[in-house]
Write a protein that binds this ligand. Structure first.
Ligand code: KIV
Length: 267
């Protein structure tokens, strides 16, 4: 949808592509350099995920990242992107206090980054917030299943919502409230496929099997840049950390040996 037609992916185009039966690809990126690479590769959507708290900032959960930091990263991504739909996560406590607060903060994200949409965690419990943001003409994606921002409540990051009825209720509530899409994280494949069948809006899965309308992966994870992280749902499409470490080791050796810079690198 994106690079093949060289047209910017907008929310209506994203939704229509799924309705037309196209499978959607989404990855996370957090800065200008990587967003440019992902966009050039032709992904349909880039998510500036609050996973940046862990992947980029080195925290042990997504809770510490601030709204200002999400905006800082979102701006870099938008600057790099020519085609992909850019979605920025609303960080912890930027939408939980009240719908009015959520609208204000979603507005800051859109105004200050130029992104296309925001994402927040929750289904049924966030219906008022989703519709308030939507009424401000800001497209919202809802995120259900494993909700990393609920880590304190659930006790561990991997604790998954497995109650099928509740999941379906969350999905339908988010759609009814006006969400343009639904991200499902760590939802059993059969359940995710069933929910997808019942919704009109696109579903994007991570660890949710092939029955969703699209897939998302954390960019640095799929490229093999994050060490010691290999959950079952993850596929490494490259081993860039190994390649980078080995390249820097070569550089260090050459500097130490005096073979770099050679005369061909000198003015
Ligand atoms: O923040 C994030 O990276 C996410 C993932 C589920 C893709 O929301």
């Amino acid at each position: 949808m994106s690079n093949s037609t060289n047209r910017k992916v907008t929310v209506p185009r994203f939704v229509k592509a799924a309705a037309d039966g196209r499978r959607l690809s989404m990855v996370t990126a957090y800065d200008y350099l990587w967003a440019g690479i992902m966009d050039e590769a032709g992904v349909d959507s880039i998510l500036v995920g609050d996973s940046l708290a862990m992947v980029v900032q080195g925290h042990d959960s997504t809770l510490p990242v601030t709204l200002d930091e999400m905006i800082y990263h979102g701006r870099q991504v938008v600057r790099a992107v020519k085609s992909a739909l850019v979605i920025v996560d609303m960080p912890f406590m930027s939408y939980q206090v009240s719908p009015a607060d959520a609208v204000r903060n979603a507005g800051r994200i859109i105004k200050e980054t130029g992104a296309d949409a925001v994402k927040l965690e929750g289904g049924a419990i966030q219906v008022e917030t989703i519709s308030a943001i939507m009424r401000a003409d800001i497209p919202v994606m809802a995120h259900v299943g494993m909700r990393p921002q609920a880590v304190r409540q659930l006790g561990s990051m991997g604790k998954v919502q497995r109650d099928q009825e509740q999941l379906l209720e969350d999905a339908l509530a988010a759609q009814q409230a006006g969400a343009f899409g639904l991200l499902m994280e760590l939802v059993p494949a059969e359940m995710a496929a069933k929910i997808t069948e019942q919704l009109q809006i696109p579903t994007i899965g991570i660890g949710a099997g092939p029955g969703c309308n699209g897939q998302v992966l954390v960019g640095p994870d799929m490229l093999g840049l994050t060490p010691n992280f290999k959950p079952k749902f993850l596929k490494h499409f490259a081993q860039l950390r190994e390649t980078a470490v080995s390249a820097v080791q070569d550089y260090v050796s050459e500097v130490q040996a005096g073979t770099f810079p050679a005369s061909s690198h000198s003015h």
